[in-house]
Design a protein around this ligand. Sequence first.
Ligand SMILES: Cc1cc2nc3c(=O)[nH]c(=O)nc-3n(C[C@H](O)[C@H](O)[C@H](O)COP(=O)(O)O)c2cc1C
Length: 170
Amino acid sequence: MKTLIVYGTKYGTAEKCVKELAKNLTGQVDVINLKDNKDIKTVDYDKIVIGGAIYAGHIIKEVKEFYETNKEALKSKKVAVFICCMDRSNPERYITNSFDADFINGVIAKCCCGGSYQFSKMNFLEKFIIKQIENAGAKKGQGKEVDGKTDIIDIQYDNIKTFAKQINQA
Ligand SMILES: Cc1cc2nc3c(=O)[nH]c(=O)nc-3n(C[C@H](O)[C@H](O)[C@H](O)COP(=O)(O)O)c2cc1C
């Protein structure tokens, strides 16, 4: 049984999640960062895991492009999907936003892996946007205030373990 994980990341959180996932999968697992390689042959694999970071409500561009290009080929595969994001109230909506409904209905597993804010790596505008959004939420009692300096790591390792189990059993 061969599994391929393809992912997109800007600041490395999705990569961390992918490493954790790969450790928990059985059989041969190949991992590809879509920034490094876009010419991927899906025919060699039984199961394909696709995922990555959410920016402004949508999956990162590289993953969207991979999905659009390989949609037809993916129909004959066992596919699983994951996202990395910071919203804990309704992260599933990002999966719905990013992929077609019939595709999502056919997947073997879905996962919201959590995420992180790495302020040290963000540009000024990104820090500003995140501070505005998070601190407005905190004022309404949703989440905590952020100072735009201290990194926040919130990877959901239990979700990743459950995701791996579902993929192994499929
Ligand atoms: C500019 C910007 C926009 C973001 N937009 C969202 C969003 O719409 N929803 C969300 O839940 N998280 C959002 N995030 C949080 C990212 O999804 C989170 O930081 C994720 O862990 C990034 O993954 P990466 O390190 O693999 O790039 C945003 C982060 C930044 C910097």
